[in-house]
Design a binder for this molecule. Structure first.
Ligand code: SF4
Ligand code: SF4
Length: 359
């Protein structure tokens, strides 16, 4: 008989760092376009896997000396190699017991609703949408949702359905959402990525986290975001979601703004782009990053990415994330202020003042 213990043992022995299991009924009432119950209507259980981000992967950004390891190892490596290998291994354990394993690896930016702002995707037919795209004459697609899609039967949702990973992790009992919208776990704080399996097997379920709040509402993430993307703690700008009775709340982050800053960081935090390029702001490409406009949207992002993509020689299949400011701020705060990371490392992440280019 397949049990939760068998699945967790298989997951940990294959390389996952944590594994939690919840009933899919915890998603009752979720918006259709983000409800994993539509993926596999017979599924009874959702299995969540945590893959730690080694703290040292961000050392180079913390020191300002090496920016490649974080995106290549912690986006590319985990999403493309380490997590799929574990999903594959655990799926075999489940299917050998006669149940189906719907593996779901990270699929950022291919949902029906935008993973930036939740706005619905195109309501044009795929055929009409081709016309629109052909006239848009832009090389870079930054819609953050799929553009050519329609439901295949009445009562279903259009593919590809992408659910909210961090909330799914909460539903699997793995942690809580911090003010910075990151998942925080008791073991790794904000340093992890996720993957899931849906299965029709009935299993024993983990309770959702109910200990001391993992987020200390310290505001370090707010203060250290180079783009000012995270609202202050007491601003009232919060998003609140109820997962089967557990209230999850986080700051209403300007996600399009973060999309610009987490990759390109701005004039004070991006040592790869010459000062003159920021000063010139040719064609208003950096209006958002230079504070000329406050409106962050897809058009501003395309301008920024088009202007700056030549400054990075290789993209590891992912954006060359240069920020991680909110993660490092959170790790440092949790280590120093007695949060879940206290005592985990012999030496703290941060031993000197964070750097900032004076230009
Ligand atoms: S990733 Fe960077 S830009 Fe985005 S919210 Fe965090 S600190 Fe701000
Ligand atoms: S830095 Fe502080 S406020 Fe922000 S997510 Fe971490 S613990 Fe919460």
């Amino acid at each position: 008989m397949l049990t939760s213990s068998m699945i967790k043992e298989a997951a940990l022995s294959a390389g996952a760092d944590m594994c939690g299991i919840g009933p899919v009924s915890r998603f009752d009432g979720a918006p259709d376009e983000m409800n994993p119950q539509f993926l596999f209507p017979e599924a009874k259980s959702i299995i969540g896997f945590v893959f730690r981000i080694p703290r040292g992967v961000q050392r180079g950004i913390e020191e300002g000396t090496q920016f490649f390891q974080y995106p290549s190892m912690s986006y590319g490596g985990i999403n493309e190699i380490f997590a799929p290998a574990v999903l594959y291994h655990v799926s075999k354990v489940i299917e050998d017991a006669g149940y189906e394993a719907f593996v779901y690896r990270n699929t950022g930016a291919r949902g029906v609703v935008s993973d930036m702002d939740g706005s619905p995707g195109s309501n044009l037919s795929p055929e009409e949408q081709i016309e629109v795209i052909e006239h848009a004459k832009t090389a870079a697609a930054h819609h953050r949702n799929v553009q050519f899609t329609r439901p295949v039967r009445e009562g279903s949702v259009a593919p590809d359905l992408q659910f909210q990973f961090r909330l799914a992790a909460v539903a699997c009992g793995l942690g809580e959402i911090g003010w910075s919208k990151m998942l925080l776990t008791g073991k790794f704080g904000p340093m992890q990525r996720l993957a899931f399996i849906l299965t029709d097997a009935q299993l024993e379920y983990d309770e959702m986290y109910s200990g001391e709040p993992l987020c200390r509402k310290c505001g370090a993430c707010v203060r250290e975001c180079p783009g000012g993307c995270i609202p202050p703690i007491n601003s009232g700008k919060a998003i609140s979601v109820n997962i089967d009775g557990k209230i999850c709340e986080w700051g209403d982050i300007d996600m399009w703004r973060c999309y610009a800053f987490y990759t390109h960081a701005g004039r004070h935090y991006n040592p790869f782009v010459p000062k003159e390029v920021w000063d010139k702001n040719e064609s208003g490409s950096f209006d958002l990053m230079e504070g000329v406009t406050d409106i962050a949207n897809e058009q501003e992002i395309i301008k920024i990415y088009t202007a700056l993509q030549k400054y990075f020689p290789s993209w590891v299949g992912y954006n060359m994330a240069k920020c991680g400011g909110c993660i490092r701020a959170c790790v440092s705060a949790l280590e120093k202020k007695g949060g879940c990371l206290e005592g985990r490392f012999k030496n703290p992440l941060r031993t000197k003042k964070p750097w900032r280019l004076d230009r």
